[in-house]
Design a binder for this molecule. Sequence first.
Ligand code: PRT
Ligand code: ZN
Length: 286
Amino acid sequence: MVQRLKIAIQKSGRLHDDSMKLLKECGIDLSNGVNKLKTEASNFPLEVYFLRDDDIPEYVEDKVADIGIVGENVLYEKSKKVEVVDKLGFGKCRLSIAVERNENFTGSDYLQGKRIATTYPVLVQKYLDQNSIRAEIHEISGSVEIAPGIGLADAICDLVSSGSTLFMNGLKEVETILQSQAVLVKTAGLSEEKHQLLNKLLFRIQAVKKAKNNKYVLLNAPNHKLQEIIQLLPGMKSPTVLPLAESGWSSVHSVLSENEFWEIIEKLKDAGAQGILVIPIEKMVI
Ligand code: PRT
Ligand code: ZN
């Protein structure tokens, strides 16, 4: 029987679309039955399980799924025996302590003897222990941000991304206890055959991630400025230079990383580059 790698992803919610998109960008076709509990890829030995995010660490630990995509916040709260294989760069947020806006928060000591409402009791307790603080944790299952307003707690600990939920509830973020993003996790003791499938998938994921962090740049340059312009472009090996139909001009092609992109583009313009085109890269294999 052909071995299939089993992956657990969120059924619906904030990580679902990006997880599906990642698999698609890896060339994996899941066109049939994404609304079911489970589906199979038609062109890769992969079986996809759609689950609640909170259940994913346990299913992976128990080997119901071999691998899974889950937020670090959920993973560390559940503290299951699974291994992080790769950070995926989406689902970014932070787990933070927040208090009412007019409170004078002086540091973690402020929390001494206070009541903290959260859906992350394990991570909050760890933070309190690390800071030698004794506080009361009130575990609630949702709408944590209303707890101070209704007198249930003095502080909360919840996920934040833009901060607008806190703002709308008259709260301010005062301390971040965890930075989180979606990660790929694997179960302990995968068979050799499944490991090979995982490596194949990882190779594709890394090509997709690298492509996202880089842009393909084409520009025209007068030949007497070529040396100066080439110095500015790292490229994968070195930039490609092709002559233009108009004599005295060349076309230069290269790859730039997202981080240094704007700075280098400005310098290229100043150095005499014209007609600069920037193109997204679909996959990048180095
Ligand atoms: O049904 P299921 O249990 O699978 O989903 P869920 O409702 O538990 O989780 P879901 O879909 O809301 O989030 C899934 C994962 O997305 C989380 O575990 C995080 O890893 C990640 N993530 C990223 C977020 C956020 N950003 C986020 N902003 N999860 C939740 N939020 C919430 C937060 O709890 C708060 O209520 O959004 C609100 C704050 O957002 P801002 O932008 O107002 O700060
Ligand atoms: Zn959940």
